[in-house]
Design a protein around this ligand. Sequence first.
Ligand code: NCD
Length: 312
Amino acid sequence: MSLHGRDITSIRDLSREEIEEILASARKMIPYAEGSKVVHPLAEKIVAMAFFEPSTRTRLSFEAAVHRLGGNCLTIADAGATSLRKGESLYDTIRMLSSYADAIVIRHPNEGSARLAARASDRPVINAGDGAGQHPTQTLLDLATLHEAFGTLTGLKVVLLGDLKYGRTVHSLAYALAEFGSELILSSPRGLALPEERREELKRVGGRVSEQPDIRKAVQEADALYVTRIQKERFVDESEYREVAGSYRIDASVLASAKPRLIVMHPLPRAGEIAPEVDQTPHAAYFRQAFLAVPVRMALLASVLGSSRRGG
Ligand code: NCD
């Protein structure tokens, strides 16, 4: 396989074999991500971070990945500070940016914006979240977290809890897990179920999917519990948000009947869905998950921008 020069706008852009290769390369990148070894395959490369929506982990871990690989970043961290404010189109902004950088990482509130950016750019575009659409690099690090815990991505039972309607991390992750042959147990508040077209997509790749609105029951059988935040910013109607806000919370009592090896994951930020007491339990995997963002994004950038070989 070669990911060289490729756009990554959806998890569907990557085959199972390609995902496995990225994860294998990410495992080798861990000491480089920690800074105990040094590698500079991105020396002289510039990666643009075009972030038109708030971000902490995604942007900073992408930037850390570029720096650890010896490259440089050009960063838009605030859409309000760009000429989009003057009415410039996203297409023009990206087209111009692609003449300043070797690759573009984009986050934008509109679904489909990463594909639009890929059309505008003659450099590779990586989707760091397009509205309620996709978040493929989050999925790669989610898979890395599961693989590190269980040594496989096949045959796991994974509960996806929370906002399955607007949550782009679950849209990408559900697809990948279905492709790898893991089972999905969906648990969401009323009105936030996984949309029908996403379910169809899962069926097409042979996904085994069930629903379990009762979190305690869902957790009993599970290997992993993937908790998500209600995507408040995507609600058209604030009163609809208020109806579901705070409707689920994972604490020690919910985990009391879980398998000892269950891991609790969350793309973060959390907004009350996981009680801080869970941090102290061996179930908590979300901070490890956040760290794995760096080696995973290093592996991806090294492949897309040319060389995944280490040295130097
Ligand atoms: C997620 C996102 O932006 O989709 N965050 C992230 O990238 N780690 C999840 C969220 O904001 O709830």
